[in-house]
Write a protein that binds this ligand. Structure first.
Ligand code: NAD
Length: 479
């Protein structure tokens, strides 16, 4: 287990960073750039025996790490943020090549910057013991103590940022972390961990690349006390079942299918760019992206036109070309899901305003930005999570009806309301079933603001003080 803990090499260049994490050519799983098909590197594959060893190391390391003060651990997180910033360009290039997302826009450089930002924010939070009772009957104090070893499992869409969402609060609260990244983006997470491990004590953070079976082994492992999972609802359900035997604490951030409601008093031109990026951030491969847009009939045509105008201005292409702000789908399976949902919508009579015609001669999994109008609420492109650059735009006439539509699915991660009258927008927001409802924006996350889903989008919260508490155990002392 040595590849993740490089200390001597300068990891601020892409070549050095890659060399520190990749297996020798031909060994490990070949990772390819989804934009070009070029080989990026080889992900070392870990076994269950490696997992046992890593968890034993994590348990051992947790004693000293958990015994450190909050101030000491926060200092480590700040140094880790410095290391991320020093290696930012190398990390962004690695992420762009493996995940496919462009360097610019709300993509690779943004993601790496957010990693540093989340580390610093988690270092800053104050979590003091709470005196609950202090009177003639006695005293009771509530504190948050480490859970122990946190197992973390992540997806492929924001591999570095979501890993940091799991790592930063866990470490801050005195836990050690064993993380299994997605099999689609292991190098990105190994690269991030190599940079973090330049400053973290040995054994505090370990990343083991492997497939779903290794994730299942981590989930079931007796040596893991808490599991943080971000991924699909289906896998979340499998994890919950498997975690029952050891009664692990769980945080589950699962799939969504976020609705956005454009109210009659909204100004389509003014909101078009915000709606566009709410839907197409990371080329639509974002859990809390706007995935169903409901527009009042009085604004419908204008909104459609304004979105088409924005879409035409946004360059899509190879991630490492500086001008691009949209990239490919990360993998063939996701490309096929998006294509088939758009084709089903077309066959059902929906109108394709732009896109829907991938260039079959172009290498890579590029699917053009696709806006689909005149589509029914029960069409699969509306009812299922497309997780790609295709947005259905549904017309509505009645507010109660559209709120029913927005709440009509089994998931509830995010949602948004767009309008000029804030009181009216807030009244609608209050009726939406989602962990977060944004007004006149969508998907904007903030390390200070708790984030999580309701219904089948999962449970538990990340970020902010609530996020810290969710990777700790409440401990009451009373005398
Ligand atoms: P996925 O569920 O297919 O895979 C996620 C991870 O789980 C991978 O690392 C995979 O190897 C692992 N895994 C697979 N089977 C497992 C098992 N039986 N036990 C344990 N681990 C197992 O999800 P994905 O396709 O990588 O990600 C896309 C999904 O993630 C979308 O539904 C998206 O909405 C969701 N997502 C949610 C959030 C959020 O914060 N709520 C964020 C990003 C993505």
């Amino acid at each position: 287990m040595t590849t993740e803990t490089t200390t001597a090499t300068d990891l601020t260049t892409f070549e050095n960073l890659l060399a520190a994490i990749t297996a020798p050519e031909g060994q490990g799983v070949q990772m390819k750039d989804p934009a070009t098909g070029a080989v990026v590197g080889y992900a070392p594959q870990r076994t269950e025996a490696d997992l046992d060893a890593a968890i034993a190391t994590a348990r051992q390391a947790q004693r000293a790490w958990g015994a450190k003060s909050h101030a000491e651990r926060s200092a480590y997180l700040n140094r880790a943020a410095d290391a991320v910033e020093a290696a930012a360009e190398a990390l962004a290039e690695l992420l762009s090549r493996e995940q496919g997302k462009p360097l610019n826009g709300l993509n690779a450089r943004f993601e790496v910057g957010a990693c540093a930002g989340w580390l610093r924010a988690n270092a800053r939070f104050e979590i003091e013991p709470q005196v609950l009772v202090d009177d003639e009957s006695g005293k009771a104090v509530l504190e948050y103590v480490p859970v122990g070893v946190v197992g973390a499992i992540g997806p492929w869409n924001w591999p570095m940022m979501i890993s940091i969402w799991q790592i930063a609060p866990s470490l801050r609260m005195g836990n050690t972390v064993v993380l299994k990244p997605s099999e689609y983006t292991p190098l990105s997470v190994l690269g991030l961990a190599a940079v973090l491990n330049q400053v973290l004590p040995e054994g505090v953070l370990q990343v083991l690349a492997g497939d779903g079976a290794l994730g299942a082994a981590l989930t079931a492992h007796e040596g893991v006390d808490k599991l943080m999972f971000t991924g699909s609802t289906q896998t979340g359900q499998a994890i919950m079942r498997s975690a029952a035997d050891t009664l692990k604490r769980l945080t589950l951030e699962l799939g969504g299918n976020d609705a956005g409601i454009v109210l009659p008093d909204a100004d389509p031109e003014a909101i078009a760019e915000g709606v566009f990026w709410g839907a197409f951030i990371n080329t639509g491969q974002t859990c809390a992206a706007l995935k169903r847009l409901y527009v009042h009939e009085s604004q419908y045509d204008q909104m459609c036109e304004a979105l088409v105008d924005v879409a035409k201005k946004m360059p899509m292409g190879v991630g490492t070309d500086e001008e691009n702000v949209l990239g490919p789908l990360q993998n063939k399976a996701q490309f096929d899901i998006v294509s088939s949902l758009v084709e089903e919508a077309r066959a059902g009579g929906a109108r394709i305003l732009t896109g829907g015609d991938p260039d079959e001669d172009q290498p890579g999994y590029f699917y053009p930005v696709t806006l689909v109008a005149d589509i029914d609420n029960d069409n699969p492109l509306v009812a299922q999570e497309q997780f790609g650059p295709a947005l259905p735009i549904v017309k509505y006439t009645d507010l109660d009806q559209v709120i029913d539509w927005a709440n009509g699915l089994e998931v509830g991660l995010g949602s948004s309301v767009w309008g000029t009258d804030l009181d009216e927008a807030r009244a609608v927001a209050a009726r939406l079933e989602a962990g977060t409802t944004w007004i006149n924006k969508h998907g904007a996350v903030d390390p200070r603001v708790p984030f999580g889903g309701v219904k089948k989008s999962g449970y538990g919260l990340e970020f902010g003080l609530e996020g810290l508490k969710s990777v700790a155990l409440p401990k009451v002392t009373s005398w």
